[in-house]
Design a protein around this ligand. Structure first.
Ligand SMILES: Cc1cc2nc3c(=O)[nH]c(=O)nc-3n(C[C@H](O)[C@H](O)[C@H](O)COP(=O)(O)OP(=O)(O)OC[C@H]3O[C@@H](n4cnc5c(N)ncnc54)[C@H](O)[C@@H]3O)c2cc1C
Ligand code: SF4
Length: 813
């Protein structure tokens, strides 16, 4: 006898189940199909082309009314199922009951709504079905501003569609880069560039606080305090499996409705399929696995053996002009190796992640033509060891006789463009080489290749190498590290000239060969960015050396040293008492006076750091930054206050300088001193910057060293007033900050640029001096913070100083 099959939900998953069932055995079941939406199955993933105007609803209908009728499916569209009774085996719709022998729950997902104030105002919508899409089309017809909350797949497709329909669109994304689940930072950066180029504003790390409006959404308020006008607010922040009916019926439900490999729920007569299910801990949000589930479920209903298994997935975004592809797992990890290809001129980024000679992940942007081939390698677990060197170039380069890494360059046709900036192709460069241009300088001079942004330098060098063989002498200038062929000087220059304001921009636009740099280049690039773009770039603590991350020097026994700042070497009995109390309270084994005129508490346990910092903070003491590439101390002598030789108030000037300069990041540590007369008791002439007071004013000296190398300073200039001294020293610090190579002390950098150049910039050119000093002050307004206060008070960061314990953290939803 034909059995009664009732299906709740006429979406993409159940649509495929019905097709499979009808194909295999049309008479096996008498099917009743409920759907809350007043229509049958349509291709939900094509709602985005409907929104952008590229398609109509009619174009995306999968099963028409006629199709259901011809196949004998009883449709109850526009009718919610309210509950089902497992004892009586009856499904209760809004308009009446239907008995079942077998039941399929295919209720999909419900969009998640952030419960901020105003989330339920008219004008706030989600993006899930045709009604939502029509509501957006209607809103866009009036023009105005749209704010899309969520920079994932759905949010970006909504943003692109609304923008296409003429709205002024802003996308808010909580994380640091767009589509962070599918893309790494580098690809996220390129995606953002493309969206911005089409007029969409993207704000990352943007957290929504409330939706404002009287009777209707009118604006979105961010946690940062910023308010964005919004005639339409689209929430696309994620989905939750729609499990309410299953919960009410006491089926086993975790995050989704739990099913076995035959798609059977905890009740053997009830199956579930699609986004509402959870299988083996996995949830689903793309159609490919749902179609696999549908096939298995149809087989199960017909007693055919089959089992569902989770497979790797690939993602694409359906926004014209944003070509991205992502598949597999691309997290960094031990034993994993990255192969990266970048073509900055064409906005192309490709990254392959390899583990145990197998491709485990691929991310691509700009050129995704080989995506399916890479996806096949991931799914097949293919051993790629024999094609490793040329893998990134795709299938076209496999199977050749040579696995030489230069072979790809050698194989490029003469008309292949090498230098995008100057439009120089391979043939022009090889002709120049054959005509006698045997180094990079000569190629630049003759062809202009690599002479502009410099990102094709690596390719030009490879061409030199391929063409000249052993006759090619590798250039002397050392690159920053193995991730790039650029020198520090190049990187600094290009960050400024190309206005690169994020790490991702540097990696991409300068053609880094690794996804996110390494322990050598990251601290340097982080420094260059914060020095050049204080307003736009935010310091990345993960790109700092461990002492700077911990805000304390790690000692050889694993304990830490804590050094409070003593302005100009001056302290008070109260400060000394607080230091003594802290030393007692935290069992500090060694208290030492430093060469920089302050007190070092040595041997502090890591877990005591936040406590000792907050005790010292309470006494008005802040971090002395004794660990940082930044201002350390301003050493002073007693000067006119107490010394009969003193010519000026050296202590007072030292304190003013330290209060102005503290908290600034510099390429390397920065030590200053102010001596009250040429007897130089503060040893100012072996510091990075030293002031020697004289009767007629202040001599400013620069470029001393008293470490591994000993070097006396050189006289930069003499000024008459304290204010002038402070301005010159600020300008000197800033010109060093803006130009030196990371980890060069002033004396090393000075040897490269010459004192005459510095004099031209800040002694002769008063306007430039002032501009430099102003830029320093601006940077200080953002970066001068006491890290002790920040970390001692913040309970989340306190955790990082706690001793390691065996804690099992639950993954946040
Ligand atoms: C705009 C958009 C773009 C997308 N793009 C892609 C893409 O590019 N690639 C990709 O792989 N995936 C994409 N997806 C995801 C894909 O559409 C889903 O994975 C797929 O539709 C899920 O199928 P489903 O059958 O589980 O649920 P759905 O297709 O959502 O169907 C569930 C149906 O159940 C109905 N229902 C729920 N509760 C009840 C009830 N109590 N009574 C009656 N009916 C009920 C709902 O009304 C709905 O019609 C996109 C999704 C959207 C919204
Ligand atoms: S440097 Fe000159 S002013 Fe300063 S303490 Fe020494 S002698 Fe005195």
């Amino acid at each position: 006898m034909t059995q009664k099959l009732v299906i709740i939900g006429a979406g993409m998953a159940s649509g495929r189940v019905i097709e499979q069932l009808l194909d295999a055995d049309p008479s096996a079941y008498d099917i009743t199909l409920f759907n809350a939406e007043p229509r049958g199955n349509y291709n939900r993933i094509m709602l985005s082309p409907v929104l952008s105007g590229d398609k109509t609803y009619e174009d995306i209908v999968t099963h028409s009314d006629d199709w259901y009728e011809q196949n004998g499916v009883t449709c109850r569209f526009g009718e919610h199922v309210v509950k089902f009774d497992r004892e009586l085996k009856v499904v209760e719709g809004e308009n009446g009951h239907v008995p079942y022998d077998k039941l399929i729950i295919a209720t999909g997902s419900a969009p998640f709504i952030i419960p901020v104030p105003g989330h339920d105002l008219p004008g706030v919508i989600t993006y899930r079905d045709l009604d939502d899409t029509n509501a957006m089309i209607e809103a866009a017809a009036k023009g105005g501003k749209a704010v899309v909350i969520g920079g994932g797949l759905l949010g970006l497709e909504a943003a692109a569609g609304l923008s296409e329909r003429g709205m002024d669109v802003t996308v808010l994304h909580l994380m640091g880069h767009l589509m962070e689940r599918q893309l790494d930072e580098a690809a996220g950066y390129l995606l953002r560039e493309d969206l911005e180029a089409r007029g969409i504003t993207v704000k990352t790390q943007a957290s929504t606080k409330a939706i404002l409006g009287e009777g209707r959404a009118g604006a979105v308020l961010l946690e940062s305090g910023e308010t964005l006008g919004a005639d339409l607010v689209v929430m696309a922040v994620g989905i939750r499996p729609e499990t309410r009916l299953a919960n009410d019926a006491h089926l086993t439900v975790a995050r989704g409705i739990e099913v076995n490999a035959q798609m059977q729920t905890s009740d053997p007569d009830i199956y579930a399929v699609g986004e509402c299910v959870e299988f083996d801990g996995h949830l689903f949000g793309l159609v490919a696995p749902l179609y696999d589930q549908a096939k298995v479920l149809a087989d199960s209903l017909l007693d055919q053996p089959n089992a569902f298994a989770v497979k790797e997935l690939a993602t694409k975004l359906k926004v014209t002009g944003c070509d991205l592809f992502s598949a597999g797992d691309f997290a960094e990890g031990d034993g994993r190796e990255d192969i990266v290809f970048r073509d900055p001129a064409r906005g192309i980024y490709k990254r392959l992640v390899i583990e145990d000679d197998r491709l485990v992940g691929a991310v691509m942007y700009g050129d995704t033509a080989d995506g399916s081939w890479f996806f096949g390698l991931i799914q097949g677990g293919t051993d790629i060891s024999r094609m490793r060197e040329t893998l990134i170039f795709g299938p076209a380069f496999q199977g050749g006789a040579s696995a030489d890494p230069l072979s790809a360059v050698a194989a490029l046709p003469p008309e292949a463009e090498i230098c995008g900036c100057n439009g120089v192709c391979k043939g022009q460069i090889t002709s120049a080489i054959e005509g006698g241009a045997t180094d990079l300088g000569a190629i630049r001079a003759q062809t202009k290749a690599s002479a502009s942004c410099g990102t094709c330098t690596g390719l030009v060098e490879q061409l030199l190498s391929v063409t000249l063989g052993d006759d090619y002498a590798v250039p002397q200038a050392q690159p920053v590290c193995g991730c790039t062929s650029h020198t520090h000087e190049d990187v600094r220059r290009l960050i400024k000239s190309q206005e690169l304001k994020s790490q991702a921009a540097v990696w991409q636009e300068l053609g880094w060969t690794t996804p996110n740099g390494c322990h050598v280049c990251r601290p340097a690039v982080n420094y260059y960015l914060l020095a050049d773009w204080p307003l736009e770039y935010r310091d990345d603590p993960q790109s700092r050396f461990v002492n700077e991350r911990k805000h304390a020097n790690i000692q050889k026994d694993g304990t830490f040293s804590v050094v409070p700042r003593m302005w100009g070497g001056i302290t008070t009995p109260d400060e000394l008492r607080a230091i003594a109390d802290a030393a007692d309270k935290y069992d500090v084994p060694t208290v030492k006076v430093t060469g920089g005129q302050r007190i070092d508490l040595l041997g502090v346990k890591g877990e005591d750091l936040p406590g000792i910092w907050s005790d010292l903070n309470r006494a008005g003491l802040v971090s002395g930054h004794a660990y940082s590439k930044g201002l350390r101390t301003v050493k002073t002598c007693v000067g006119t206050d107490h010394c009969r030789f003193g010519t000026q108030d050296s202590t007072g000037l030292g304190i003013k300088l330290e209060q102005h300069l503290w908290g600034s990041w510099t390429p390397h540590k920065l030590k200053l001193a102010v001596s009250g007369c040429p007897r130089n008791c503060a040893e100012a002439t072996c510091k990075d910057i030293g002031v020697v007071c004289v009767d007629s004013g202040y001599e400013i000296h620069v470029g001393g060293a008293a470490g591994m190398e000993i070097k006396g300073t050189e006289l930069l200039c003499k000024v008459e007033s304290e204010d002038e001294a402070i301005e010159v020293i600020s300008a000197m610090t800033q010109i060093y900050r803006e130009n030196a190579k990371y980890l060069d002390r002033i004396y090393k950098w000075l040897a490269k640029v010459g004192l005459d150049w510095i004099k031209e910039q800040i002694v002769d050119d008063l306007e430039n001096r002032k501009a430099l000093a102003d830029r320093f002050t601006l940077s200080q307004s953002i970066y001068r913070k006491d890290p002790w206060a920040e970390h001692a008070q913040d309970s989340t960061t306190r955790v990082q100083y706690a001793p390691l314990a065996n804690l099992t953290l639950e993954a946040a939803e």
